[in-house]
Write a protein that binds this ligand. Structure first.
Ligand SMILES: [Zn+2]
Length: 235
């Protein structure tokens, strides 16, 4: 990936961009998996209640699975961040001189002169040594560790919003056009999510959009074929 100005913001803006990007990707997941599901069922049956049941079950299963996965992964990350902070705290208590030298070296490595790095390290240590080490050494802010419940809710919501599109597109229109309306609206939405996630990740959107749309189209084609096949043999 090319370095761009957006990566250098770091901190709060960087974190917000990451959240936004995760939300877009979550919505994208909801769109593709639910679209594949309802289009597959539509290949087998015209029943609106079967489509609604399948779509709703897919929405709930997907959003809960995303939420649970996110909860587990963020909890694990939080645990290791807490362990690193505890370790840092211990080192600061037992060997403050070595820690001051370490902080000085890291600031020096980031471009400050020896003298300025030493002075900065002393001031940071005097104010809040743990915070300084957490930020410079571990790259985390001890006051802003990600909350696993927030992360879980965010993925649940993002997936649900995405999943609602194919669900509504397949159950609301008249049977004759429901498939085409679903396919068209899903592909249009995938252009949007592909473009946004590429922009938020500071990548060029062209290829990202193409891959995203191709992936969604393939998912719907495969599940439709499977559904039509099963429908035809009366399974
Ligand atoms: Zn340290």
């Amino acid at each position: 990936m090319q370095p761009t100005h957006e990566e250098s913001h770091g901190g709060a803006l960087g974190a917000r961009l990451n959240w936004l990007r995760a939300a877009v990707l979550g919505a994208n997941d909801g769109i593709v998996s639910t679209a594949g599901l309802v289009v597959g069922v539509a290949g087998a049956t015209d029943s609106r209640s079967a489509l609604l049941t399948a779509g709703l079950a897919g929405l709930l299963a997907g959003s809960m699975s995303m939420a649970a996965g996110e909860y587990v992964s963020v909890s694990t990350q939080r645990d290791s961040e807490m362990a690193a902070l505890a370790q840092e705290k211990l080192e600061l208590r037992e060997q403050p001189e070595a820690e001051l030298r370490e902080l000085t070296d890291m600031l020096h490595a980031r471009g400050l002169s020896r003298e300025v790095a030493r002075e900065a390290a002393e001031q940071l240590t005097a104010r809040d040594a743990l915070r300084a080490h957490a930020r410079v050494e571990l790259g985390i802010d001890p006051d802003e560790l990600t909350n696993p419940w927030h992360a879980a809710w965010a993925s649940f919501l993002a997936f649900t919003v995405g999943a609602l599109l194919p669900l509504l597109a397949i159950v609301l229109p008249p049977p004759a056009v429901r498939l085409w309306i679903t396919v068209a609206s899903v592909l249009a939405a995938l252009v949007l999510t592909g473009w946004s996630s590429a922009r938020l990740g500071a990548a060029r959107p062209g290829r990202a959009v193409l891959r995203n749309v191709a992936g969604g189209a393939l998912a719907m084609a495969v599940t439709y074929a499977a559904g039509a096949l099963l429908g035809a043999v009366g399974a």
